[in-house]
Design a binder for this molecule. Structure first.
Ligand code: PGA
Length: 247
């Protein structure tokens, strides 16, 4: 695992954007696995800037997102489809039909999830998977549990995740209780994983993911078995990782 230790959120965002842009330049028809939440917002801002400067193009890029809340329409301002449109897709030249975000309104989640995985297989898996991490170690919405779930699936969100995400909704009761999440299989199938973290509240999750036992109780720990992970984190998020681990 390569670790970039950045000063703060801004530096983390720029470094993450450089790695994503590098993938696009190197492989213009790459498959980007994309994430939502506070962590990647800054990186998307850099990518939009660089697109506007003519430095990168998303013309041939395919994207597939990690997750979506069950019950939220794409037009809901807290849906992850809405997030992707407003933070990235609406500002760059990616073709609408080349973007995939799980359908939070699907009437048949089981078939939907199977088809989502089939799509990921059909495009040869993700070239670069961007990941944030939850305070509880979740990646995508793969919450801590007794086993790793390989397939895309419907997840009951952990109470701690609902608490953490309540900041985006009018009240805690408005936070959806379920999500559709890409499974560990598709994440581990990605050729490269770019894990990003900022802030002290992520320090335990990063420390456990890097140095703790590989266990579904900390889903991020599975990344210890991925051969090509880049971690971009700020000093606060790395503050609990023992010195020897960061070369
Ligand atoms: P955040 O969420 O980027 O909003 O902190 C990350 C996550 O929960 O995976």
């Amino acid at each position: 695992m390569r670790i970039y230790r950045e000063k703060d959120y801004e530096a983390m965002s720029r470094r993450a954007a450089q790695i994503i842009a590098g993938e696009i330049v190197h492989n213009p028809a790459c498959v980007l696995g994309l994430a939502t939440g506070s962590t990647p917002e800054g990186a998307y801002r850099y990518l939009v800037d660089w697109y506007k400067q003519g430095l990168i193009s998303f013309q041939d890029v395919l994207s597939v997102n990690l997750d979506e809340y069950v019950g939220l329409a794409p037009s809901h301002d807290q849906s992850y489809r809405y997030f992707m449109q407003s933070n990235l897709f609406d500002h760059v030249d990616i073709a609408a039909e080349n973007t995939r975000v799980p359908d939070g309104l699907t009437k048949d989640p089981e078939t939907f999830c199977q088809e989502y995985d089939a799509y990921i297989r059909s495009v040869g898996y993700v070239s670069l998977q961007l990941l944030g991490i939850g305070r509880n170690g979740h990646i995508g919405f793969n919450e801590p549990g007794d086993h790793f779930v390989k397939q895309t699936h419907v997840v009951d969100l952990a109470e701690s995740t609902i608490d953490a995400n309540a900041r985006f909704f009018a009240t805690r009761d408005d936070v959806p209780k379920q999500a559709i999440s890409m499974g560990i299989g598709a994440i581990m199938g990605a050729k490269k994983v770019l894990l990003c973290a900022s802030g002290e509240e992520k320090a335990d999750a990063i420390c456990s993911s890097l140095c703790g036992p590989i266990t579904p109780k900390c889903p991020g720990s599975i990344l210890q078995l991925h051969p090509n992970v880049v971690l971009v984190a700020d000093e606060a998020a790395l503050s609990k990782v023992p010195a020897g681990v960061i070369a």
